[in-house]
Design a protein around this ligand. Structure first.
Ligand SMILES: [Zn+2]
Length: 99
């Protein structure tokens, strides 16, 4: 099998196994420049494409706003998830309308 000669990775979104050159690197922290001592996660091309179509407007502004307030790390994470859930609710509403 030619597949065995290449490193394979698994898409974190759909579980598809694909060869690494076919995969798209995904860094959950959005930092693709620092590559030392870390492993990337991978997405297959269809999932990567879908991801790029997700509306992200406002997310950066939200994070900056949250960073401005100095809160303990655990609270920050809590607030982050709350904010993301709110954003997801709005997105779901929009997406439902398109179908
Ligand atoms: Zn996938």
């Amino acid at each position: 099998m030619w597949l065995q000669r290449q490193e394979t990775v698994t898409c974190i979104a759909c579980g598809e196994t694909l060869t690494r050159p076919d995969a798209r690197e995904y860094d959950r922290y959005g930092d693709r420049w620092e590559r030392r001592e870390k492993t990337f996660e991978y997405l297959c091309k269809p999932c990567h494409r879908e991801l790029c179509h997700q509306p992200r407007a406002g997310l950066e502004a939200l994070l900056v706003e949250m960073e401005g307030e100095s809160v303990p790390a655990d609270q920050f994470v809590e607030r982050y998830y709350e904010a993301v859930e709110e954003a997801a609710d709005r997105t779901d509403g929009k997406r439902g309308g398109e179908r």
